[in-house]
Write a protein that binds this ligand. Structure first.
Ligand SMILES: Cc1cc2nc3c(=O)[nH]c(=O)nc-3n(C[C@H](O)[C@H](O)[C@H](O)COP(=O)(O)OP(=O)(O)OC[C@H]3O[C@@H](n4cnc5c(N)ncnc54)[C@H](O)[C@@H]3O)c2cc1C
Length: 459
């Protein structure tokens, strides 16, 4: 009832280019519904594809007036931008302009911008910014949740660089959040998805020379190893993680060889500096005897291209992470075996795997205190499951839990961090770092969104 009244009202209010998609059988609806994962994918009563800020404000206000629950969707990489027949999706992907001010080195992004588009625009203007490692990730939601970034040692994480936001609050009002609203700005930097719909963000960018090269390039190395090298690689990585001299971002994952489809160990390094320095940094990795070696200098605009395969839409996927201030290499040979067994049990596992990622270099202090609590994490242990049949979910989930439990078995629970952009069911302290930070966020949530319009996280 509420939804049908909302439909007639919204049709009259939207701009000419905006769309109200309500027929689930049309190709347009199906395409707008596509997300990174098909797990828990629901079908809403409508998808409102907005193109102006005014469209977003009107949609939120009418949804509030008619009591229609809604979720914003930007790049669709999370498991939360989905809702059933009781509600609607506000699809922001066509509200996607990037505006760069070269004099202040600042960039303003509308909420449908994805990382590749932003990085390309920055590169064309001799600028760069710490962003997450996926081209199709929505830059605004990623920034609001903090950011695990290849450039985090050189420029903080994405949320550290938020200068201001335009935010539609739980009462439907558009406000500017900046240094004149310090509490809310503090909360948006790491917990921003729970306080309103951010229509745009302004971020501080950096000269491209921050990449430590003269020509806006960085170095990449991709190595494939036999899976039985996983334990040795973990021991080498444990030493490399303490390297404060070289700036690099690295991921090691037990996955499937894209050529043969058999389990293998994949290591990907991004290095900021000269090729000679990169070769020195990666020499202990190469000494383990990879079967495939691909090394190259790439443009900054290509920094995330190596992750494209993991960002594809569709399939049953789930990404779980745990961070810690130290790394234990000992369990990793065992973790590799769990993936090998899983592939035998579930032939529909087509990619993903278990791994860990780390960033090296000396930490530059950027920004002050914020809702982001993971700056001291040295390594993120992760499990990305990816299969094609829903019947495999229980087996795949059990393997994920087993792998993460074994990989972190020498840690006390209070040592482990979880990342708010991947989890809404782990403890608040593991997501936000301390009781004090959690209580401050909860008080702000009660003030700005007491009814949980933007999720009940923190209520
Ligand atoms: C393969 C893969 C790789 C990843 N790699 C990284 C990485 O390297 N670093 C990193 O930091 N993160 C990484 N992530 C996590 C990613 O940053 C988060 O999942 C991010 O929130 C996704 O944003 P999205 O727009 O694509 O997703 P969406 O599902 O569209 O949005 C994410 C959440 O934000 C809400 N939301 C959307 N738009 C707005 C808005 N304008 N205002 C308020 N709320 C909004 C949605 O309702 C949803 O709850 C990765 C995720 C995947 C799947």
């Amino acid at each position: 009832m509420a939804v049908s009244t909302f439909f007639s009202a919204i049709k009259a209010e939207l701009s000419k280019e905006a769309k109200l998609l309500s027929d689930p059988n049309t190709e347009e609806f199906k395409s707008a519904l596509e997300r990174w994962t098909d797990r828990d994918l629901k079908s809403p009563s409508a998808i409102v594809v907005v193109v102006t800020e005014e469209d977003i404000i009107k949609t939120v206000n009418l949804a509030l007036k008619h009591d229609v629950p809604f979720v914003p969707k930007s790049g669709g990489h999370s498991s939360w931008s989905t809702i059933g027949q009781e509600g609607i999706i506000i699809d922001l992907s066509n509200y996607n302009k990037v505006a760069i001010d070269k004099s202040t080195k600042t960039v303003t992004i509308q909420s449908g911008v994805v990382n590749k588009q932003l990085i390309t625009a920055l590169y064309e203007n001799d600028l760069c910014l710490p962003l997450g490692g996926g081209n199709t990730i929505g830059s605004v939601p990623q920034a609001l949740g903090g950011g695990l970034c290849a450039l985090s040692k050189l420029g903080g994480n994405t949320s550290d660089n938020i200068l201001s936001a335009r935010l539609i609050t739980a009462t439907g009002k558009l406000i500017t959040v900046d240094s004149s609203t310090p509490d809310l700005l503090w909360a948006l930097k790491g917990a921003g998805q729970y306080f309103g719909l951010t229509t745009s963000l302004t971020l501080q960018a950096y000269p491209i020379s921050t990449l430590r090269s003269d020509d806006g390039t960085l170095w990449t190395g991709t190595y494939i190893f036999a899976i039985d090298k996983t334990g040795s690689l973990a021991s080498v990585a444990a030493i490399l993680m303490d390297d404060e001299e070289h700036n690099s971002a690295n991921i090691a994952v037990v996955t499937l060889n894209p050529e043969s489809g058999s389990p293998c160990l994949l290591v990907m390094c991004l290095f900021f500096g000269s090729t000679a320095e990169a070769e020195q940094y990666t020499s202990p990795i190469k000494a383990l005897g990879p079967v495939v070696v691909m090394e190259n200098r790439i443009k900054y605009s290509e920094i995330n291209d190596g992750m494209d395969a993991f960002c594809a839409k569709g399939g049953f996927k789930r990404f779980k992470l745990m961070g810690a201030k130290r790394f234990d290499p000992e369990p990793w040979a065992e973790v590799a075996d769990i993936f090998v067994d899983l592939k035998k049990q579930c032939p529909d596992v087509i990619s993903g795997g278990h791994g860990f990622e780390w960033v090296t270099g000396k930490q530059k202090k950027i920004g002050g205190d914020s809702a982001w609590a993971h700056e001291e994490v040295k390594v993120w242990v992760e499990s990305l499951s990816w299969h094609t049949s829903p019947t495999s979910i229980p087996t795949v989930d059990a393997a994920t839990e087993k792998a993460l439990t074994i990989a972190t078995r020498s840690f006390k629970p209070e040592e482990l961090h979880t990342y708010q952009n991947f989890s809404r069911d782990t403890s608040l302290i593991s997501r936000f770092g301390s009781q004090e930070r959690v209580e401050r966020l909860q008080a702000l949530k009660r003030k700005w969104d007491p009814k949980g319009v933007f999720t009940d996280v923190l209520l």
